[in-house]
Design a binder for this molecule. Structure first.
Ligand SMILES: NC(=O)c1ccc[n+]([C@@H]2O[C@H](COP(=O)([O-])OP(=O)(O)OC[C@H]3O[C@@H](n4cnc5c(N)ncnc54)[C@H](O)[C@@H]3O)[C@@H](O)[C@H]2O)c1
Length: 322
């Protein structure tokens, strides 16, 4: 089997590549290295199992030729992470919507199975916990830049479902705060990467707001497992799945755990959101997935407890931090 992974040099993408290669796939990665790093997949290069192509998902000719050679297409390439989104909202909207349309169109033309990576952000500020796939999304106004990411991902889902209606075999996964080795401190799961680097450097651990906001932190091997199941099982076609850990943890609890587990003398300090992201910023306070659909249809259940995942992630940062 041959898999195309867009965004495969990124955090989740590179772990997905590892697992697909371990399962015997030959993998092509398409990544423009705008956020991802070649180092993340360098252990497979040169090698017969991995082919790396530097380019953009917004390039229709390139995407079409790569999709035509694959059996399954994992579309993870995106502009992601508050830092990157606020820095360039236009690129965020363009890559996340046009790029997805280009990938889905090619998969449709060549009759290839496809998977689209979406996000818990599509629930926006919804407080109807736990968040189940058919819940409403609640978004702030377009003047608040951060919502362009959530809306671009919601549009990706619409695109996937619209192509599905035309006959494309596609499924969608909504990730909830994945974390693990290779996490980009500026990327989506940046809170854990930030805390660990601050703790290891002996710098203050900066909690934005009062730290009571909660997330369901999901170790990346669980995220990858849910992704592969959703892209492989016939019953997944045309469906959207929450892929996350069912344990809700506050950001302050994570900061305390990281401090304790690294044995760091760093103080935990609170930083107002305005100071971190400017005055025009909105935060969603709680994120907890209802994973019963993924459990029932895919047999998916996150397995790695937060303490174990943090242990592995801290060990990686200790070895790889410069
Ligand atoms: N990390 C999370 O917890 C999380 C949560 C929700 C959704 N997601 C989604 O999962 C996917 C992977 O996210 P990640 O956390 O690994 O982020 P990441 O930034 O590490 O990976 C994204 C990759 O896409 C690449 N990319 C960006 N623009 C591109 C373009 N135009 N053409 C080709 N490649 C391009 C980047 O270089 C990067 O390698 C994304 O679609 C993201 O929206 C992630």
């Amino acid at each position: 089997m041959r898999a195309l992974v867009t965004g495969g040099a990124g955090f989740i993408g590179s772990h997905l590549v590892d697992e697909l290669i371990a399962q015997g796939y030959t993998v092509t990665v398409l990544d423009d290295l705008s956020q991802g790093k070649k180092e993340n997949i360098a252990h497979h290069i040169p090698g017969p199992s991995l082919h790396f192509v530097e380019g953009s998902v917004t390039d229709p000719a390139l995407v079409e030729s790569l999709v035509s050679e694959a059996d399954v297409v994992y579309h993870l390439a995106a502009v992601v992470g508050v830092y990157y989104v606020l820095r360039d909202p236009l690129r965020t909207i363009y890559v996340n919507t046009v790029g997805t349309e280009v990938v889905l169109r090619a998969a449709f033309q060549h009759r290839k199975r496809a998977l689209v990576a979406s996000s818990s952000e599509v629930y926006g500020k919804s407080d109807a916990l736990p968040l189940s796939e058919n819940n409403d999304g609640v978004f702030g106004p377009p003047q608040v830049t951060r919502w362009c990411y959530a809306l671009s991902k919601a549009l990706d889902e619409h695109l996937a479902l619209a192509y599905c209606k035309k006959g494309l075999e596609v499924s969608v996964v909504r990730y909830f705060n994945a974390y693990g080795p290779r996490l980009d401190p500026l990327g989506y799961g940046s809170v854990i990467a930030r805390f660990i680097t601050q703790a290891l450097e002996g710098k203050p651990i900066t909690v934005y707001g009062d730290g009571s906001q909660t997330r369901s932190f999901t170790y990346v091997s669980d995220t990858v497992q849910g992704t592969i199941l959703a892209a492989s099982l016939p019953q997944a076609v045309g469906n959207v799945f929450n892929i996350g850990n069912g344990r809700e943890t506050s950001v302050l609890q994570v900061a305390q755990l990281v401090k304790e587990m690294t044995g760091s003398p760093s103080p935990i300090v609170f930083v107002p959101y305005e100071e971190a992201y400017g005055s025009n910023f909105e935060e969603s306070l709680h994120r907890l997935p209802d994973t019963s659909k993924a459990e029932k249809l895919l047999g998916f259940k996150a397995k790695v407890p937060l303490e174990e995942g943090l242990k592995r992630t801290i060990a990686w940062f200790r070895e790889n931090m410069r």
